[in-house]
Design a protein around this ligand. Structure first.
Ligand code: FMN
Length: 417
């Protein structure tokens, strides 16, 4: 059997190692992680989720404080429709995040940005246009459109000078979603440069309903492949979700994948943005401690570790500071759930909201521990130290494990690092 490294993803004359580290929102897939992937010849992602918050932490900007100050008087108001992002600041923050990352890039690989379209930010079209445009301005190699795929996204940037040369791709979980997107793209004579086919075992939000168990990445991948062939379209296909070993990856490559996208195995690397304590939770988790729930206000199912502090928390909505999930009318499902619980327990000092979570606050604080289905196998990729904790891994070792190893694919990587 061939190994992942026996294949290459080729775009024009550029050859890449066919391994993509997927975007992991709110700086879990850090610039450091993405840059490692690029240095090693693959593709890494930074994320455009809550970028002003991320630049505050990384570069000491004050976007969150300033926004909160501006809308302070609205904090107790359940109507958030007036809480808007300053588009100039949003562009600046995105240019800073992307620009600094691209300046630091080495190696022959690429850095993309993962752009979640479900982040409505109380003005979905205008804010998305700004985010996409600013990322292109700042020299990002490519953009992966995900979560909520809105069909007009290409149109938003069709007049950008880099519209035809930056690598633009989409994440889909069904042929149906793909067909709709391709129809719109055809009107602009601009097909995506790659299609990530994400199955139900992925981390983050899932593009499936509660019946996600009935779907298999392998089947969806083959369906999409067949559809493209029937249409005479040669667009690189990148399966994602539950590809845990070099063997898994090689199997998809042998079946015609152009590359594979992975994420969960990198959550326990030094370069990943999760706090070290949280990385230990990922190492320790067992299969029956991982759930798929409907707590995300986006309405999409999301996979997370059951002991995530985000689950059941009764945080006051933080839209004046964050507000990334507000739709165009200024609504978020968490605000409704929170207000309902406050009404039910008027005398209670701290409440619990069982059915939704304040995703902005909890992702910002690394309290929503989203992971892929196979997170429970992470413990097999490291070794325990005398104090009982697991040794963190180097992204390079995990990358090379996918790249060069077949069976037995899981090595005690930390032992060598
Ligand atoms: C911690 C974590 C956060 C994620 N966040 C995002 C995200 O913000 N946007 C997105 O499109 N996908 C997100 N994903 C999905 C990954 O990019 C990737 O496609 C998927 O998890 C691959 O499957 P694997 O984790 O089983 O390797 C996330 C995955 C994880 C594990």
């Amino acid at each position: 059997m061939k190994r992942l490294d026996d294949y290459r993803l080729t775009w024009d004359k550029q050859e890449l190692v066919p391994l993509v580290i997927g975007g992991m929102g709110v700086d879990i897939s850090t610039a450091e992680l993405a840059l490692e992937a690029a240095r090693l010849g693959g593709i890494g992602h930074i994320s455009d989720a809550m970028v002003p918050t991320v630049t505050d932490r990384r570069f000491r900007t004050r976007y969150v404080k300033d926004k909160l100050k501006k809308y302070k008087l609205n904090v107790a108001n359940s109507d958030k429709s007036g809480v808007k992002f300053d588009l100039g600041q949003l562009a600046d923050a995105t240019r800073m995040h992307v620009g600094r990352t691209m300046e630091a890039k080495t190696g022959s690989g690429m850095v993309f940005i993962n752009c979640m379209e479900k982040l409505g930010m109380n003005d979905p079209k205008a804010t998305l246009r700004v985010r996409l445009t600013a990322a292109l301005d700042a020299g990002i190699d490519g953009i992966t459109l995900s979560a909520g795929l809105h069909l007009g996204s290409f149109e938003l940037i069709s007049d950008h000078p880099r519209f035809r040369d930056a690598r633009l791709g989409i994440i889909v979980s069904s042929v149906r979603a793909l067909v709709l997107f391709l129809k719109r793209a055809a009107r602009l004579d601009r097909m995506p440069d790659f299609i990530v086919v994400e199955g139900p075992l992925a981390g983050g939000h899932l593009g499936f309903g509660e019946d996600w168990r009935e779907y298999e990445l392998w089947d969806i991948f083959l369906e999409v492949k067949q559809y493209l062939k029937a249409q005479g379209l040669e667009i690189p296909l990148i399966p994602a979700g539950g590809i845990f070993t070099g063997t898994d990856a090689a199997r998809y490559m042998a079946a015609g994948a152009a590359a594979v996208q992975v994420a969960t195995r990198f959550t326990v690397t030094r370069e990943c943005g999760l706090p070290d304590k949280v990385k230990q939770e990922y190492f320790k988790v067992n299969e029956d401690e991982i759930e798929v729930n409907l707590l995300s206000p986006t309405g999409y199912p999301m996979r997370m570790i059951s002991s995530s502090p985000a689950i059941g928390a009764g945080t006051r909505p933080n839209c004046e500071a964050f507000g990334y999930l507000l739709d165009r009318a200024g609504n978020c499902a968490y605000i409704e759930a929170y207000n309902r619980e406050v009404e039910r327990h008027p005398d209670s000092k701290s409440i619990s909201v069982p059915d939704k979570t304040c995703l902005c606050t909890h992702m910002r604080n690394f309290d929503c521990w989203t992971c892929g289905h196979y997170a429970y196998r992470l413990k097999d990729t490291s070794h325990r130290q005398p104090d009982g904790s697991y040794a963190l891994l180097n992204a390079e070792d995990v990358f090379n494990d996918y790249r060069y190893n077949l069976e037995p694919a899981l090595l005690p990587l930390a032992a060598s690092s």
